[in-house]
Design a protein around this ligand. Structure first.
Ligand SMILES: Cc1cc2nc3c(=O)[nH]c(=O)nc-3n(C[C@H](O)[C@H](O)[C@H](O)COP(=O)(O)O)c2cc1C
Length: 345
């Protein structure tokens, strides 16, 4: 069934397909019982799937990665597709249009996407307002970033503003310093600025009546010595975990469409080409840190086996984006069914 829907969606340009899917789901879920039907079809309610991670109770380990529901417009409908959690964002303090279109491309032979969206979003307060209006019945992560026009020197204040805006309405936070699509953002992954940024954020967190888990999302393109720094930074700043990984800038991971991809310009690659590298990063962090913190594994999960590999490499939770586009929502259920069977919890 999804193959037919995908055939149609893949006839549209990727960003139009995204908006078309969004609008269609919005309309579809206005009909009575669609939510029930959808849950019946895709959800796997089983106590064996439940996990407690950084003080939060997850119905299952499979989440929707950041970037799909950037503005928290569809989390309610998406919560019926079997996910255990949904990450909204990346949001920035001020609304911004993102990069010029076209900025999202399919590489179907490689089962990949290339995007340079550039944090297009309506701002952290707009997302917070939506989350306030309709209480989520699923764990919600808030992925936060800085505006394009904010210098790296002033970046901390942008992250603090987003934290304040979303504090009441999200269950955990993700500090995104790993998108390749905001100029120089990834420089914030360096030890000194990153430690400073996270310490400031954790200080604000400490001042709140209830602390929220704070995670760091990293790029797959970091070297082992940079990953060693990340392990040290997590220990110093006492943040709660790491999301590995964001998209890659490495075009050599493409097998079929590398030449074509090179004509498309800048952007981050996601999907199948990322599977192996993101698993390597998870494994390295898990082993080198002696499992000191939880890792959310993301990058190229297109099959049940990909998901199991991420968990075996050390991921406590997993997320998908591109695999959700290529394989459809039944993949979530298939992963959860295997998790029940293999008793990996
Ligand atoms: C179109 C698109 C937009 C994305 N936007 C964001 C974003 O705003 N913030 C973020 O942290 N990650 C973003 N990502 C990265 C994903 O969350 C994920 O880390 C990455 O795509 C690897 O997972 P995948 O191979 O399952 O897609 C985006 C990915 C895609 C394809």
């Amino acid at each position: 069934m999804y193959k037919i829907i995908r055939w149609f969606l893949f006839k549209l340009n990727p960003e139009r397909a995204h908006h078309f899917t969004f609008n269609s789901l919005k309309i579809l879920f206005k009909f009575p019982k669609v939510d029930l039907l959808c849950r019946g079809f895709f959800s796997s309610n089983n106590p064996k799937l439940e996990v407690e991670v950084f003080g939060l109770h997850f119905k299952n380990r499979v989440g929707l990665a950041a970037g799909f529901d950037k503005d928290a417009k569809l989390y309610h409908e998406l919560s019926n597709f079997g996910f255990g959690f949904i990450e909204i964002g990346t949001v920035t303090p001020l609304a911004q249009p993102g990069n010029e279109k076209p900025r999202m491309f399919r590489l179907p032979q490689d089962e990949a996407l290339l995007n340079r969206m550039g944090f297009n979003n309506e701002g952290a307060l707009a997302a917070a307002k939506r989350l306030k209006q309709q209480k989520a019945n699923i764990i919600i992560g808030g992925n936060i970033g800085k505006n394009k026009n904010t210098s790296n020197e002033d970046a901390a204040s942008d992250y603090l503003k987003c934290f304040e805006a979303l504090y009441e309405v999200v269950d955990y936070f993700v500090v995104n310093v790993s998108s390749p699509n905001t100029p120089n953002l990834r420089d914030l992954q360096d030890k000194e600025p990153l430690t400073k940024l996270l310490l400031e954020l954790m200080q604000l967190n400490q001042s709140k009546p209830k602390q929220k888990p704070v995670l760091l999302k990293i790029a797959p393109d970091l070297t082992n010595s940079q990953l060693d720094d990340i392990i040290e930074i997590v220990a110093t700043t006492k943040i709660h975990g790491v999301i590995a990984t964001n998209t890659t800038i490495d075009r050599n991971l493409l097998h079929q469409e590398k030449e074509y991809a090179l004509t498309l310009g800048l952007g981050g690659l996601s999907g199948k080409p990322l599977t192996k590298r993101s698993t390597e990063v998870i494994k390295y962090l898990h082993q080198k840190s002696h499992a000191a913190f939880p890792i959310i594994g993301v990058g190229g999960i297109h099959s049940v086996d990909d998901a199991i590999e991420k968990i075996k490499a050390g991921a406590t939770l997993i997320q998908l984006y591109t695999g959700f586009i290529y394989e459809g929502p039944s993949l979530i259920k298939e992963i959860n069914q295997r998790l029940i069977k293999e008793n990996l919890n």
